[in-house]
Design a protein around this ligand. Structure first.
Ligand code: AGP
Length: 609
């Protein structure tokens, strides 16, 4: 996903723009660029690859302008190259863009017929020429932008600066987020508050369809119809210090290891440690006893957290649950309860386009919208009736880890609260379950101690062409998550399956070249999974078993490797068994020399569909 920055400053801005772009690196990118106004004239510097390449160029050709825009590009239209890197410019303006202009092709043909020449393959350059054409027809910059925005279809966040306009920046948003930062005689634009944290914590977010006209001492917000609207600025402490890796090699490693700590933060939000009761900040607005059905939708790892939580809502609250990936849900447009329906949307970033679209459909069906997010100021949060923050802290690694476990803890707390409100579990059972949650940070800390063994088996796993993960109950979504992690980090093909499904097809895959990773705590389903392991062993399959002491002692076959988890109650094993699943993917990818924090082709948040 691309990153956008704009600074209307009192001093030269180029290096500050790059500093802000560095705080957006986690979104994934393949090129970057800056444009500033030098004595009224537009000057650009762009480079392929990482920001250090742009900085090298800037050191040779410094930019001294007091107003600038910058961009980190995650290619959607046109391959990664300097000519496709943003900002795109004409003689009158420069523009940076995050998202997709769906109707760019028709405009490009029209503009070329009008004699406009394109230097790139991007949809963004179409916007530059469209606004320029309006200015050639005599419109001022603000009117020209106002004339073009309603014509653009698709998801976009844009930032413009104009030749000769030393006190003007324009930002626009329709989909991907855009924040306005308000400084002391300076103004800022950024894809999120985190990028602007070194300059200001006073942030106003544009809503969909909004655009903002920035001068150094004022900002005007307009809606898609051009009417002036009010967007309240708020203090957003987005972590002034650049999130660093601590003493870890990668953000992902740091985030795996900080799970016990951040899960503790999440627990303090939803659990009263003293009374051993669940504490729901919004229990007065959400009476689970009146809810007929819970609908869930999300993408990727967030979806798998929901798939896990379905077991808890069904078993602890006897609440019917429907769940689907957001990219399917939004187009299925399923019938939803006419009354008493709750629709839950899970998202680390809170900006995933498919999840947001699903939320908007459910809202149109009069569902109570509950979002479980890591960014409470995100679009998904701001469009929800109720927000359950997961408090994982900034998650920088593209592969989601701590956000997964914090979502699970949040969802488990919600399921217990629902069970209490629906009279399914009594106070004593609530206290037991809360105690199980309170034990999680310690159990996760123990699970982290398997890292050395895992790094050894990961060296062998890196040679596999295909890997199968299997599990039952809440270990089934964990098998899917393990496969997703391994795929997205090591690029090895991996599949997750319900263990009971093996004999309905996948067992045909089993041979001595096929590692089978079995997620199997010793719970009520262990024996069933054990017989699946026998079926795999009988066909020469190589088993990597993740279980506890009891499971390891009871299994009669000899796995290739066994990773022993701490003995624990069976309800919430997913939070603990997620750790070896994450570490396997991390160390396999590390051993293969992959870019663990920014895997190829991936973005941290997919704000386009
Ligand atoms: C997870 O490791 C992936 N990076 C991806 O599947 C991610 O979970 C998905 O894109 C959803 O993102 P969100 O939680 O920000 O909505």
């Amino acid at each position: 996903m691309c990153g956008i920055v704009g600074i209307l400053g009192k001093n030269p801005v180029a290096l500050d723009v790059v500093e802000a772009l560095r705080r957006l690196e986690y979104r994934g990118y393949d090129s970057a660029g800056v444009a500033t106004l030098e004595n009224g004239k537009l000057t650009r510097c762009r480079a392929e690859g990482k920001l250090r390449n742009l900085e090298t160029k800037l050191s040779k050709e410094p930019l001294s302008g007091l107003i600038g825009i910058g961009h980190t590009r995650w290619a959607t239209h046109g391959r990664p190259s300097v000519s496709n890197a943003h900002p795109h410019a004409t003689d009158k303006l420069a523009v940076v863009h995050n998202g997709i202009i769906e109707n760019f092709a028709e405009f490009r043909a029209e503009l070329e017929a009008d004699g406009f020449r394109f230097e790139s393959e991007t949809d963004t350059e179409v916007v530059a020429h469209l606004v320029t054409r309006e200015m050639n027809r005599g419109l001022k910059p603000v009117e020209a932008v106002g004339a073009i925005l309603p014509k653009l279809r698709g998801a976009f966040a844009l930032a413009f600066l104009f030749s000769g306009e030393e006190d003007l920046l324009i930002g626009a948003r329709n989909g991907p987020p855009l924040a306005v930062g308000i400084g002391d005689g300076e103004m800022y634009l950024g894809s999120d508050a985190f990028a602007l944290a070194p300059f200001t914590t006073m942030i106003a977010y544009l809503e969909d369809g909004d655009w903002a006209i920035l001068h150094r001492n004022s900002v005007e917000f307009r809606n898609v119809d051009g009417q002036v609207v009010n967007r309240q600025a708020q203090m957003v402490a987005a972590g002034a210090a650049l999130v660093d890796k601590g003493n870890h090699r990668h953000f992902m490693a740091k985030e795996i290891h900080e799970q016990p700590e951040v899960v503790t933060h999440t627990l303090t939000t939803y659990i009263d440690m003293v009374s051993r009761k669940v504490r729901m900040p919004f229990s007065e607005t959400l009476d689970w006893s009146k809810v007929d059905r819970l609908t869930m939708s999300a993408c990727g790892t967030a979806y798998l957290a929901g798939l896990t939580a379905r077991y808890w809502f069904e078993s602890l609250a006897r609440l019917p649950v429907e769940i689907d990936v957001a990219s399917e849900f939004r187009y299925r447009e399923p019938p939803m309860p006419a009354s008493n329906g709750v629709a839950m949307f899970l998202s680390q970033s809170g900006e995933t386009a498919d999840t947001l679209a699903s939320l908007r459909y459910a809202k149109s069906q009069n569902q109570t919208i509950l979002s479980v997010v890591n960014v409470p100021t995100s679009t998904i949060a701001r469009e929800s009736h109720i927000v359950a923050p997961i408090t994982a802290g900034p998650e920088i690694g593209v592969a989601s880890t701590k956000a997964f476990s914090c979502k699970l803890v949040t969802l488990a707390s919600l399921a217990i609260a629902a069970g209490r409100m629906r009279g399914v579990i009594d106070e004593a059972r609530e206290a037991e379950l809360v105690q199980e949650l309170i034990m999680l940070p310690g159990l996760m800390t123990q699970a982290l101690k398997t890292e050395v063994d895992i790094s050894r088996l990961a060296q062998r796993l890196g040679k596999a062409k295909d890997v199968l993960y299997i599990g039952r109950g809440t270990s089934f979504p964990l098998a899917l998550e393990g496969a997703l992690k391994l795929k997205e980090l090591s690029y090895i093909h991996a599949e997750g399956y319900a263990a009971g499904e093996l004999k309905h097809g996948p067992i045909a895959l089993i041979d001595e070249d096929m590692p089978v990773i079995v997620v199997a705590p010793h719970d009520h389903l262990f024996e069933k999974t054990a017989s699946n392991m026998h079926e795999v062993a009988a066909r020469g399959g190589r088993i990597i078993l993740i279980t506890d002491e009891k499971g390891a002692s009871e299994i009669s076959i000899k796995p290739d490797s066994t990773i022993i988890m701490p003995t624990m109650p069976s309800t919430f094993t997913a939070m603990v068994y997620a750790i070896p699943v994450q570490l396997i993917a991390y160390h396999t990818a590390l051993g293969m020399g992959k870019d663990v924090d920014q895997p190829r082709n991936l973005a941290k948040s997919v704000t386009v569909e």
